[in-house]
Write a protein that binds this ligand. Sequence first.
Ligand SMILES: C[S@@+](CC[C@H](N)C(=O)[O-])C[C@H]1O[C@@H](n2cnc3c(N)ncnc32)[C@H](O)[C@@H]1O
Length: 301
Amino acid sequence: MKKNLHHPAESSDEISVSESLAWAKKFQFGDASLWSLEIELLLGEVIGVSRESLYAWPNRVVKSAQWALFADCVKRLNAGEPLEYVIGFCEFWSLKFKVNSSVLIPRPDTELLVGAALALPVPTHEQIEVLDLGTGSGVVGLSLAYEKPSWQISAVDNSPAALEVAADNARALGLNNVRLLEGDWYKNLPLPIESNDGYRIILANPPYLTKEDAHLSGSSLSWEPIRALVSENNGFADLYRIIRIAKKLLNLEGWLLLEHGYNQRVGVENFLLESGFVDVKCLRDVAGNARVSVARHTKFI
Ligand SMILES: C[S@@+](CC[C@H](N)C(=O)[O-])C[C@H]1O[C@@H](n2cnc3c(N)ncnc32)[C@H](O)[C@@H]1O
């Protein structure tokens, strides 16, 4: 249930941390412990202190400008907007990434894709070419660029607004081994910078939900860009498109890595095998769901 928000200390300029939290906690609907966590993270962010120090110094004064910002943010959370959009950033691969409503909020599951790319049997200190398709905020490609300064990362999205966010993130992380490209998957994609041998790794977390997916309504997904989430053909259209063209762009020892839905493993695996990929394997998330398929390109097929 949503409630009206009023300043708890209308007559006074001064309100403490504990009063602010007590005020905001009254607006909780749904999961009380999640709401408390979000409110605490939010207040800590607004006044620039850690969540722990809110409790260590409960009498700290929240200045009026901070209060106004906090109250506005509580209002947005109360309307159901995800915390990451309200505070404007999230953590992924232990790095801080800017996010806004133009990009998908990165999910912890997607770290599986990054970990899988880093575990591939490819040279770690050589300049290899990597292509991140559907980069969004850039989390996948930029995390790899951060971990492997010698790798050259090309990151593609068809959303100019998403690419602006990715560019801000690349700047904030001080990365100079990333190029951001606007395009429809592989269309207009230039060849790798250093050679025309193709990419050594192509990886993607493409849209893979169906329009009818129950998760799309009544959850934080309804705040996220639909173009980042939904694909035709039972959610397989973009996955299949990427697999079909990947063979033409991959290096002869190249690898393709795809995040997909927990129930899409068989469809993705069959299409990879039909398309001539080998060594196809699937990685599971912490809950045991099949979420990332890895496959090797080969010249013999
Ligand atoms: C599921 S999101 C993944 C975002 C980010 N890589 C992540 O893991 O958080 C899919 C991304 O693909 C992009 N996208 C959708 N269709 C595309 C297309 N035809 N060409 C290029 N990018 C596309 C969306 O804009 C979105 O940023």
